[in-house]
Design a protein around this ligand. Structure first.
Ligand SMILES: CCCCCCCCCCCCCCCCCCCCCC(=O)SCCNC(=O)CCNC(=O)[C@H](O)C(C)(C)COP(=O)(O)OP(=O)(O)OC[C@H]1O[C@@H](n2cnc3c(N)ncnc32)[C@H](O)[C@@H]1OP(=O)(O)O
Ligand SMILES: Cc1cc2nc3c(=O)[nH]c(=O)nc-3n(C[C@H](O)[C@H](O)[C@H](O)COP(=O)(O)OP(=O)(O)OC[C@H]3O[C@@H](n4cnc5c(N)ncnc54)[C@H](O)[C@@H]3O)c2cc1C
Length: 730
């Protein structure tokens, strides 16, 4: 399909393609995992292209309701073909290749996401990972053939990150051999599950399990929520759509509230724990966190999802940069392609190498995941903590880098990149959500930090650690990790880029031509070099260490630091008497994200006043500089100095406490920008989260209830598409 010559190709693009130093087909085979896989992918793509309905009106021009109905129409057509193809597959490897191909091709049909994403991405994996063998035999065929449509409802209005804090209860009633589900508070309302608002008729609900008066913590239950014939919500449930969001607009994310809702005993997913008829709780799991298994799986999947999404964004931006010409550099000569500007290459090329870094790492991570799963089947959970730590930090970094890189791709396309039709805004909206869902960025990094600290303790004790973290032991030796640039970069490469380098070298070491090897090596070097320059600051402060000081006064320094701890300033901490849950505002990492916004607001206001007066002078000064780094620093310096001096002038008449607060803001602004490059500013609130009275959950629910999809209990697409599809009549 791709090899067919296409008429009217832009001459600049043709020229760039002719310059390619390697055989594109060879690279395509490498990415697909072999010639046969490329052929199979193309076969499926061709078949889908022939059979799938395309949009007549662009998705973005439809109303919210029409968007959803259109997404259901397309999903049902795709699912029909998908179910047919899946039924022909016999081997596990073929199934995973097919699923991946379907996932990739499905992206060609949705500007947003399908309402079935959670069914495929979490409902089916949770059945596989959390059900007993008998339960799998019952639920899996129904789910695979889409006879039931499911989702994953874990997060609540009040808790997403802190799973142990979930409030939904499942209390076992041994008289009727049922669990009774309840949402005891507003904040216990399930919130966010994709497909829950209008589409799903089943749902995995994570709730606190109570039996015989004891709470055994959170467990997953499989729950029918809508009538299979009428699609009406079952009695005892309040279910609806949560309202418009940045992306995921066609995913009908929903809310769910339980009022004494009864489900059979075997609704508990019983692979890792069961409740006997008489209410006795039996723990089966060998590791207490095995119920978190689906999250690990999706974190692993997300690394490859990010590679794919960034590959789309950077393909768009590079092709456009080859076509786009701008600025007359020499009189009477053609304007250059913007791709030829070094600054443009600086924006784009790192994204190309990042795609490969993510994809190679993802292949390796998926293999590691399957190895750990296979070991766990034989009772060995030793490698689980490291898998959790790895999947946490790789998920956090790749989702964060990917959304930032997609923004760069959008910037690289100038004004046209802001058009929805460029697909860059939708790609950004989709990927920026991944930084939050399936575990927030900061929270997951902290999980990895916890693992590293524990490993460090083992290293200190002289105990063996796994190869992935063996560098911690090597770097105890000062000669191996000195403060010279080479030493620091060596350390950085070992820590952050080790997997990518070894995996990319391994993957291209046989079969591939020299031309491909050269390009892959260049991409690998670019990735390492780029990040060692970007994060040199981080590397330097690592040495800010009680353990690694030049004079070796380790124990003295440890004690000095310990005595500075705020916890040591009072003999008995108040949590001894009372242990309140912390507000997220109390986390320093959260303050780091927010307080700079306040300081920036004052900085911008002060500077705007000053700028107005001397606009001409400053404009000429801001023009100085040949690269974007220099003017950026210049602009930032202007903000800093004006803020500092103007604030000083205007605070003198204010009361002392207010003066002190404003001065702290100046200091924060200056200090922050010496460490960071970017910050966010929210000037106009208009927000359910930021209201003055702090009634966050009430407002979220009020807004959700106003949401037009909630005005009708069953959307008409159920009768038109979903019901005929489920009943096999379509
Ligand atoms: C067929 C048709 C074809 C059609 C084609 C289609 C093809 C289909 C293809 C489909 C592709 C789709 C792509 C995907 C899209 C998916 C979309 C998803 C959307 C979003 C879903 C969601 O968003 S869903 C909710 C996720 N919500 C979280 O993600 C909560 C985070 N929050 C936590 O995850 C915990 O809350 C947190 C912080 C760990 C603390 O947990 P905690 O408080 O219990 O634990 P502590 O921190 O106290 O830690 C105590 C000890 O547990 C250890 N530990 C902790 N976790 C562990 C773990 N998992 N494994 C092992 N160990 C673990 C830790 O390391 C400590 O170990 P130690 O003691 O040894 O140090
Ligand atoms: C598009 C989208 C789809 C989703 N789909 C689903 C779904 O299908 N099913 C489902 O169950 N859920 C879903 N979610 C919910 C998602 O999993 C949670 O939003 C996510 O886990 C983050 O939790 P939170 O919202 O409670 O954030 P919070 O934890 O409230 O985060 C707020 C801030 O507090 C900080 N913070 C929190 N705890 C700590 C800590 N211990 N230390 C330092 N800082 C901390 C965070 O870093 C963050 O800055 C979805 C979310 C989105 C955006």
């Amino acid at each position: 399909m791709r090899n067919k010559p296409i008429a009217n190709v832009n001459a600049d693009l043709l020229k760039e393609r002719k310059n390619c130093s390697f055989d594109i087909e060879e690279l395509t085979n490498l990415i697909d995992g072999g010639k046969n896989q490329t052929a199979r992918r193309r076969e499926i793509e061709n078949m889908l292209l022939k059979n799938m309905p395309f949009d007549i009106i662009p998705e973005e021009c439809l109303s919210a309701k029409e968007k959803y109905e259109n997404a259901v129409r397309k999903s049902v057509a795709l699912n029909k073909i998908g179910v047919e193809l899946v039924s022909q597959v016999t081997k596990a490897k073929e199934l995973s290749d097919l699923t991946l191909t379907l996932r990739r091709v499905s992206d060609a049909y949705f500007r947003e996401v399908t309402p079935f994403l959670l069914h495929l991405g979490m409902f089916i994996p949770t059945i596989l990972g959390q059900c007993s063998d008998e339960q799998v035999a019952h639920w899996l065929p129904l789910a695979m053939q889409l006879k039931i449509i499911g989702t994953y409802a874990q997060t609540e209005l009040g808790h997403g990150t802190f799973i142990r804090g979930l409030e939904t209860t499942a209390t076992y009633d041994e008289r009727t051999e049922e669990f009774v589900l309840n949402s005891p508070t507003l904040s216990s309302s399930k919130w966010w599950a994709g497909g829950l608002g209008k589409t799903a008729n089943h749902c995995i609900v994570v709730a606190q399990l109570y039996t015989k008066g004891e709470c055994y913590g959170t467990h997953p239950f499989i729950v029918q929520i809508r009538d299979m014939d009428t699609h009406m919500p079952l009695k005892g449930l309040k279910v609806g759509e949560i309202g418009p969001r940045l992306g995921f607009q066609t995913a009908d994310n929903g809310f769910l509230v339980f009022d004494n809702f009864r489900i059979p005993r075997d609704s508990l997913m019983m692979k890792h724990a069961k409740v006997l008829k008489d209410g006795t709780y039996v723990k089966i799991a060998r590791h207490s966190k095995l119920t978190y298994g689906t999250m690990i799986f999706v974190r692993v999947l997300l690394v490859s999802e990010m590679a794919f999404n960034l590959s789309k964004a950077v393909t768009i931006a590079v092709r456009y940069s080859a076509v786009r010409r701008q600025s007359e550099l020499k009189p009477n000569e053609p304007e250059p392609q913007v791709l030829d500007y070094l600054t443009q290459q600086h924006k784009l090329f790192i994204s190309i190498s990042t795609v490969y870094a993510f994809q190679f790492t993802s292949n390796w991570l998926m293999k590691t995941y399957h190895t750990v799963q296979a070991n766990m089947k034989h009772g060995n959970t030793d490698a689980l903590p490291e898998l959790h730590a790895l999947s946490s930090c790789l998920k956090a970094i790749c989702t964060s880098d990917c959304s930032a890189a997609i923004e760069q791709c959008r910037f690289a396309c100038g004004g046209h990149g802001y058009m929805i039709s460029s697909n860059l805004p939708s790609l950004y909206a989709f990927t920026t959500a991944t930084r939050t869902y399936e575990g927030d960025y900061t929270v997951l990094l902290l999980q990895t930090a916890r693992f590293l600290v524990k490993t460090w303790e083992q290293v200190e004790l002289g105990n063996a650690v796994t190869p992935m973290v063996a560098y911690l032991a090597r770097h105890q030796n000062r000669e191996a990790w000195d403060e010279s640039p080479e030493g620091i970069i060596r350390a950085f490469e070992a820590i952050a880029a080790g997997v990518y380098q070894t995996e990319s070298v391994r993957s291209v070491s046989f079969g591939q031509s020299d031309a491909i090897k050269d390009v892959m090596k260049q991409l690998s070097d670019l990735y390492l070099l780029y990040w060692s320059l970007e994060r040199t600051g981080d590397l330097l402060t690592t040495l800010k260490s009680t353990l690694g000081s030049y004079d070796g006064r380790v124990y003295e320094r440890l004690m000095e630091e310990a005595l500075k701890s705020p916890l040591n300033q009072e003999p008995v901490n108040e949590s001894f008497h009372n242990e309140p849950e912390p507000q997220v505002m109390d986390f320093v990492s959260q303050q780091h994200k927010l307080f700079i916004g306040i300081a920036s607001y004052y900085s911008y206001s002060m500077t705007a006043l000053w700028l107005w007066d001397i606009l001409t002078k400053v404009t000429s000064e801001l023009g100085v500089g040949k690269t974007d780094r220099l003017p950026e620093s210049h602009g930032r310096a202007v903000f800093m100095s004006v803020f500092n001096s103007e604030m000083e002038k205007s605070v003198s008449s204010l009361s002392a406490p207010l003066q002190a607060v404003l001065r702290q803001l100046v200091e924060l602004y200056l200090y922050y920008w010496t460490l960071e490059k970017r910050g966010d500013l929210l000037l106009v609130l208009q927000s359910t989260l930021g209201s003055y009275d702090g009634r966050v959950y009430e407002r979220l629910m009020e807004e959700a209830l106003k949401n037009p999809p909630n005005k009708e209990p069953v959307n008409e697409s159920f009768h038109k598409y979903l019901k005929p599809f489920i009943q096999g009549k379509l």
